[in-house]
Design a protein. Sequence first.
Length: 58
Amino acid sequence: MSTIPMSAGPERPSASQANEAIRRLVETRVDGDWPSEEYEVLLLEWAAATSGAIERAA
């Protein structure tokens, strides 16, 4: 079971918050078990946070 907080509502994390959550997930793996569902959620949050930045830059 993971202790990394994930967003529970419509509020999305910033790209840096999502990136930090991914980094913590990767760095805290000690048992060899990869939490693929949690990783997928974090990647989706990161993509959502960065897509707004990309749209604003375009």
